[in-house]
Design a protein around this ligand. Structure first.
Ligand SMILES: [Zn+2]
Length: 86
């Protein structure tokens, strides 16, 4: 679900900024699309674990939708493994 101001929030997410300098930064903002994508990617290569992450994210009220997260993973973390999620 895309809400007004979502992109703005995404651009200003402090956890994403930290993740740029620390590849394994372990704090995730569940309302941030890129954070959700990072969280799912962090579960690699365990597909069941990734699925669990996606379900956990879906449990948050203002979290991005699963198709958005998967699209973001493809865009920002494009490796062959991303294909398996779809
Ligand atoms: Zn973020």
């Amino acid at each position: 679900m895309v809400v007004a101001g979502f992109m703005e929030r995404e651009m200003t997410c402090a956890e994403c900024k930290k993740a740029v300098t620390s590849r394994f930064h372990g704090v995730y903002n569940m309302t941030c699309l890129k954070c959700c994508a990072r969280l799912v990617v962090s579960a690699r290569p365990h597909k069941l674990h990734q699925e669990a992450m996606l379900q956990a994210i879906e449990g948050f009220k203002q979290s991005p939708s699963r198709p958005d997260i998967l699209a973001c993973i493809k865009q920002n973390f494009s490796q062959n493994r991303a294909q398996r999620l779809v």
